[in-house]
Each structure stands twice: as C-alpha cells, then as structure tokens.
Design a protein around this ligand. Sequence first.
Ligand code: ADP
Length: 596
Amino acid sequence: MISSRNKRSLGLLKLGLVVASVALFLATALVYVSQTRQQAFLTATIRSSGWVAYQAQLEFVRAQAEFAKLAIVPSALGIDKLMLRLEILRSRLPLLYDSDEGRVLSDVVDTRGPTQIFEARLDQIIDDVARLDPEDGDTAAQLRELSTELEPLGEALQTILMESVAYNQEIFRRERALAQRPGATPLLLLFISGACLAAVLILQSRRDRIRMGEIVEAQATLAAVEENLRAVIQAVPACVVVIDPDTDHVSFFNPSAADLVSPSLDDPAWPRFVNAVRVAAGEPDTSRWGALTMGYARSPGDIVSLRGSVGSVLWERRQQQLIVLVDTSRVRNAELQVMQAAKLATLGEMATAIAHELNQPLAVIKMAVANARRLLDPLPGGEPVAAKLERISAQVDRAKRITDQVRRYGRMPTEQLLPFSLRHAVELAAGFVAEQFRAANIRLSIETSAPAELLVFGEQTMFEQVIVNLLINARDAYETQDEDRPEAAHHEGGAGDRQSGAGEREVQVAIRLENARAVVLVQDNAGGVPPEMLERLFEPFATTKPTEKGTGLGLSLARSVIRDMNGTIVAENSGGGARFVINLPTSHALAAQDAA
Ligand code: ADP
C-alpha cells in the first residue's frame, strides 16, 4: 500500500518533470530560431560586407588610371572621362558608412571618419579637374599633383578593404562552424526533454499499476467480507428474511427461516408468515429499525413465539425490509419450567417444615396412646380398645417414618463434598442391617476388588442410608416372597426365587473400580422388582408395600443423594433378583484428570 506522503512526493516529482520538459522544449525552440537567424545574418554579412569597400577601391584605381593616362596625353575627352570617374568615386564614398553594407562594415572598422576627410578633398579635386585646360602646358604636371593628392584616399580604402576581407574570413569561418553542428544543442535539449517525458510516463504507469493493485486488493477484501457475511447469514441460528415492502414478495430467506417456515417459496406458509409479520410490525417504516415480537402458527396447534427486529436495507439495489427473528418458544418453556421448579422448591420447603411440625403432635399422640394402653390394661374387656390403640400406635409410627423421610428428602445438599472411604461406608451400612439379615436367614456377602483407600465424595451418613435402604428393600423382597409362597418360608434356609422358587437367600454387595470410577453393586435373588414397578422405581411415593410398611420415598431419596455425589444409580432384574448399580466419581478419577 503506497503512503499518502509518497503519493504527494511522486506527484511533485511528476509535476517538476512536466515543467522541466516544457521549459526544455521552449528553450530548444528558442535556440533553434536564434541559431537559424544567426546563420542567416552571417550569410548575408558574408555576401555584402566587403562589397562597398571593393567598389570604392575599384573606382579609386580606375580614377588613378585615368589620371595617369591623361597626364601623358591631356585631352578634353580624357578630362571628361576623368571627371566621370571622380564623380563615380565620390558617389561611392558615402556608401562606405551610410548604406546597409557600410553600416555592417563600420562595426568592424571606422569607415565614416577616414572617408569623410576625403569627400571634401575629392570635391575640391573634381572642381580643379573641371577647370583644367588640355591646351595648357602645365596640365600634365597639375594632373600628377592632383593624382598624388588622391593617393592617401587609396591607402585608406585599401585599409578598409583589407579589414573587411579579414572580417569576412572570420564570419565565413563561424558560419562554416555553425553549419557543421547545426542541431547539436537543440538535439541535446530535445533528448533531455524527451527523457523527462519518458520519466513522467514511467512514473505515471508505475502509479497506475500501484493504484490498480490497490483496487484489486480492495475488491478482493470486499468480496471476502461479503462471502463471510453470507456464510454468517446462512449459519446463524436465527431466521433472516428479506421482504419487498411493495409486493410482499420474499426476496431471500436463510436455512433457519426455511426450517421454520418452508424451504419452498411456493409454499402457502410464506404468505402466512409475511402476513404475521405485517400484523406484528405494522406498516413498513423504511427510516428506522424496530423490535418485533410475534407468534407464528406453523400448523394448527404448533405456535412458535418469535422475537427479533425489523428494518430497512438496500437489498439487490432496492430498499427492502430485513427481518431477523429468533425462536423464543424454548426460552419461554424454560421460563415456565423455572417457575414450576421454583414452585416445587417452595412446596418442598413447606413439606419439610410441615414434616418437622408434625413430629411434635405425633410424639404427643404416641405418648397418649401408650398412657391409654397402660390405663386400659387392668380393666376387663378392654381388648378391642387395646387393639384399636395398637393400630393407632402403628399408624403413628408410619406417619413418623414418612415425616422423617420427607425431612431427609427436603434437606439441602451439602455445598462441599467431603471424601470418605467407600468400603468403610458400605461395611458400616451392612453392620446396621446384619442383625435383621441374620433373623431373616439372609446371607450378606461383601466382595471388593477396589483398593481400601478408594475415596468417594459426598455426605457419608446419607450414602450409608442409601445402602441400608437397598439392603432393607432386598430383605423386604424376601418377605414378600414368603407371603406369596408361605411354604417356601419353611423350606431349608427359607430361600426363594420369584422365578425358580428355590435356592439360598443371598444378597451380594460388590465394590469395584472401573474406568477410574467406583461401582457399587447390590444384587439379591429375591425374584426381582415387579415389572410394573420398574419404570417408576425412583419416583417419590412409588411403592408396592403395605401402607404401614412402605413410603415409596427410599429409592427416590437414594437417587437424590447419589446425584448430589455426581453419580448415577440404575436398577434391573437379573440373576433371579434385583440388581442396583451405583456409579460414582472417585479420587482416582481426579488423579487421572490431573495427570491429563
Ligand atoms: P418403599 O421401600 O418404601 O416401598 P422404595 O422407594 O425404597 O420405597 O421402594 C419402592 C419399591 O421398589 C418397593 O415398594 C418395591 O416394590 C420395589 N423394590 C425396591 N427394591 C426392591 C428389591 N430389591 N426387590 C424387589 N422390589 C424392590
């Protein structure tokens, strides 16, 4: 890219070269004209400057010859001839300084001074000759005297003639020199002028090339920007539509708009869409951009809510309406869900508070029932009332279990997950139920292939509660089996299978480390979860147990606790019973992440 400073200096250089070439051209012309004129002048000078001196000299010689002839034989005719010669000589003298040639000559030698001295003398001589008498014996002597008087004029004329010849020779030499190198200077000037013009042309073409390069570069940049903008418009997850405000014809739509409305412009969905825009945006306003919120029925019952803006753009050299819309239906649904979740949270808090508050009256009822039993005991015939009191007491226990579970369920998860030994927690939980398992004749085995120091993160007591719940559920499943098939309960070991109906009662707990995650398996052989229950197993209040025994909150609470530990819990029927699999992140997973 050429800088503006460089551009300015290039421009100045170009202007200087143009001025120089024009000046040189003019100078060339002037030199040429002046040389031509000089040469013409020299030629003219050569032709004429010696001529008048020569003529005067010739006439002087002729006059002297007449003098000499007449001195030998004086005659009237000879005198007349001499007179004529002298007159001609006299007429030649002013020409030496007062003609064009004479004036050129006087630049070289003084012709006026010497010539005018002799003009008066010559007039006198002419008068003297006119008075001569050829018959007079003295005439010859007088003629010689007059001739002698004229001799200095001959010398002067000789000098002038010699000077003029010398001058002529000099002029001739200069003229020859000029003729030999007629165009050297103008040619040189012309060459320099041409070189200047060539330099201007080179500079101009270089500048044009740079400009052309800049234009091509700018065009390429513009094309790339346009390409990028098109790609953005195509890729943007918002609907971009251009509508001609005069005809309501859709000029452009991007893939998101095609997904929302239709990929084909012939589809009647498009006029419906344009109409919905018109209803929401009102009359097209080409002067400004405005917000646009609208609903659009894709099909009966499927209404999407859209939000965006509408404005005027120059599209395909016409002022058209650009509409950019985002489908906000999901956001609205999410808002509704958030509101629902907030309501549920409030409800949960209320439930926890109610459960807490109920504990007190339940304790009072329990105590009152116990007192009533004690008072009733000595009285005869009180058995039916005692049985009723027993039922009240059992229901109070059930209500207490429910409130306890609700309180646990509604507790806030701990913000900080603390590490604890998985194996230790499982063993503690197993310890809680060991007595009950022995009484029910159920073998409980814990098998672990995971290291003893394997740590998981969460609230240990809550996790223990989860394992206890799974083990109690297994025990209850055996009890249910017994109730379904009473003869099996008296079978050796009391073992039963929902499918086989035979075998040892055994609950196996296995702890493993798989792909840097802890896996806890709780497997029984008590016949498995009733199929109708499998889908709703983790939902609150889903239970198959009698009302005085089950709350249906145990597994729901288990899932909530495992989620808080960033883990998962799933259930399936396998191996003649139910299998629960808990998957948890461990300290090993963190170590692996750190190493990566
Ligand atoms: P509750 O034990 O109070 O019923 P849970 O949420 O703990 O509540 O259990 C829900 C139901 O899941 C039980 O009523 C039972 O039908 C079924 N269930 C749970 N564990 C097992 C299991 N090991 N074998 C068979 N069914 C089970």
